[in-house]
Design a protein around this ligand. Structure first.
Ligand code: SF4
Length: 74
């Protein structure tokens, strides 16, 4: 039997991988590669938080997850 439809997904085990297709400066995210300012995920999801998006601040990375050791500034 010939298998014709195989898909692969890179699973990032930690944030040492730098996906150079996803530049990112969100250092509070656990997926951020702090050495290279790239995301360590193979893919991300971007969504909206504004019903009528007109500029980039209306968008969000839905793959964001807060670093467990990140300290919030006041
Ligand atoms: S998941 Fe989103 S916010 Fe987090 S590092 Fe990747 S691109 Fe940046």
């Amino acid at each position: 039997m010939l298998i014709t439809n195989i898909s692969f997904e890179v699973i990032a085990l930690d944030n040492r991988y730098a996906n150079q297709c996803i530049a990112c400066t969100v250092t509070s995210c656990k997926h951020h590669n702090d050495q290279a300012d790239f995301c360590s995920l193979a893919k991300i999801t971007v969504g909206l938080h504004d019903k009528r998006p007109a500029e980039y601040p209306c968008t969000d990375c839905r793959s964001f997850q807060l670093k467990s050791d990140y300290e919030m500034m006041d």
